[in-house]
Design a protein around this ligand. Structure first.
Ligand code: BES
Ligand code: ZN
Length: 447
């Protein structure tokens, strides 16, 4: 084999020396291809990472975050407990760690009582508060909440609106414009746990989300007779959240390019968040363990993000604290969010880009997948909705890795429900995500 290669290069050298101008392009391409073949370093780099990805370890970390700690709602003790867990893991790997604490917008907590019974309710950020004693008022059936769904009857009542067709924000705006005193939005699909509507900005009326079953029960039992419900929304001020940042810089030099690896560790209320996003968090922890020991020529930062679920607050804060120089040196953001579902239809790994366009991160992942033979299809897709948005907005090439159903782009049915538990986590898919993202990162930073 060696002799063969030597012969080829001897031949090529002779050709190059003797050749006319026309030969050059073909030969150059040939030489490059031959060089790549001869140079096994990309594959050797891959092996250094993928041989060490341990799905069992990732699974155990997901177990701790989602089962032992449970729902990690932004600003709560459980979110802080998760941050502490991540920090101690990273410390045990020997990283330099920064805890970045930041204020979060005032959180709203609420309750809904109907016939003396508590109805599970989510209050979105931005909702107005009620008086302390709450609103005790009859309901108005506002159907989908279109402007024409409201009559004079709606004035001073709590509008009961179905999810669907257009945004929660528009529904709330229409209800407020029609003079409703409050808004309850009920789900249009059967899901355990109340709906968690995000309504964009601040509203003038109190807003809550409830399940389809709760909504239909109110519609049938309360609306016809004009029975009242009691709805309270209270503001919880001065709560904080935090990002945990682990950094590794090359031994020599300064001014290195920076690769940011991010995953949020908070969850929505009522959801243990095993897939969203203990999965991405735990894969990132595993990559931190593996990548701790290898020589690198770029700066590596693991950013464990809090307060994602209330509107990307943690990642926006992280990016806001980067200097212009750090932003200029930032070449990539690998964001992992929901990479471990066992839902059988989520056969593809979507690479969500805010602008839907290929960038260094998606190109690197595609090349890596080809080399290592990633079993799942990789699909470049236009979507925000996770922390890659904050990096993208700062001009950093960013991709969110997430499992979805090809064609429909559907997420698993457990998303943002109490069923997002460890039972629906696939070790094979954790392994796949760890290998793909880990080998991709290492192909950029390894030396
Ligand atoms: N992990 C989810 C969902 C997600 C990410 C959905 C990427 C689709 C693509 C994320 O935590 C989430 O729920 N995001 C919110 C928006 C966010 C700005 C609060 C969403 O999609 O509703
Ligand atoms: Zn998420």
């Amino acid at each position: 084999m060696k002799i063969g290669r030597k012969r080829v290069s001897l031949l090529l050298s002779a050709l190059l020396l003797a050749s006319s101008f026309y030969f050059v392009p073909t030969e150059t391409a040939y030489v490059q291809a031959a060089k790549e073949k001869e140079n096994p370093s990309a594959k050797a780099f891959d092996q250094k990472v993928i041989a060490r990805v341990d799905a069992e370890r990732i699974y155990q970390d997901i177990y701790h975050l989602s089962e032992t700690i449970g729902p990690r709602v932004t600003g709560t003790q459980e979110e802080k407990q998760a941050a502490e867990f991540i920090k101690s893991r990273l410390e045990s790997y020997g990283y330099k760690i920064e805890t970045q604490e930041f204020k979060i917008p005032d959180q709203m907590i609420g309750s809904l009582t109907a016939d003396g019974k508590e109805v599970d309710i989510n209050i979105p950020a931005g909702s107005a508060a009620t008086p302390k004693e709450g609103l005790t008022l009859p309901l108005f059936d506002a159907k989908l909440g279109k402007p024409e769904d409201f009559t004079a009857e709606a004035v001073g009542k709590i509008a009961l609106i179905s999810r669907g067709e257009f945004t929660f924000q528009e529904k709330v705006a229409n209800a407020a414009a029609a003079g409703a005193a409050g808004v309850l939005i009920y789900d249009n699909v059967d899901q355990p746990g109340p709906l968690n509507p995000s309504i964009g900005g601040d509203t003038t009326v109190p807003v809550g989300g409830i399940s389809k079953a709760s909504g239909l029960a109110l519609l049938n039992d309360f609306v016809p007779e004009g029975k009242t419900v009691t709805f309270t929304v209270e503001k919880l001020g001065s709560a904080t959240s935090q990002n945990i940042i682990a950094t590794r810089t090359p031994n020599k030099g300064s001014d290195h390019d920076i690769v940011h690896v991010s995953a949020h560790f908070d969850s929505v209320p009522f959801a243990p968040g095993a897939n969203d996003n203990a999965s991405g968090t735990s894969v990132a922890l595993e990559l931190a363990r593996i990548l701790k020991s290898y020589p690198i020529d770029k700066e590596l930062r693991f950013v464990f993000v809090g307060a994602e679920e209330i509107g990307l607050v943690g990642s926006e804060y992280y990016v806001s604290q980067l200097s212009q120089d750090e932003i200029n040196r930032s070449i990539a953001n690998f964001n992992m969010d929901m990479v471990g579902t066992d839902w059988d239809k989520a056969t593809a790994i979507f690479m969500n880009a805010v602008d839907g366009k290929a960038n260094l991160v998606s190109d690197t992942a595609l090349a890596t997948a080809k080399r290592i033979g990633t079993p799942s299809e990789l699909i470049l897709y236009q979507r925000g909705s996770s922390d890659h948005v904050s990096f993208h907005d700062a001009g950093i090439p960013a991709i969110n890795f997430i499992r979805r159903e090809p064609g429909t782009a559907n997420l698993e049915p457990y998303y943002h429900t109490p069923q997002d538990t460890i039972e629906h986590i696939s070790k094979e898919r954790l392994q796949e995500a760890g290998e793909l993202v880990g080998a991709s990162i290492y192909s950029l930073i390894g030396k």
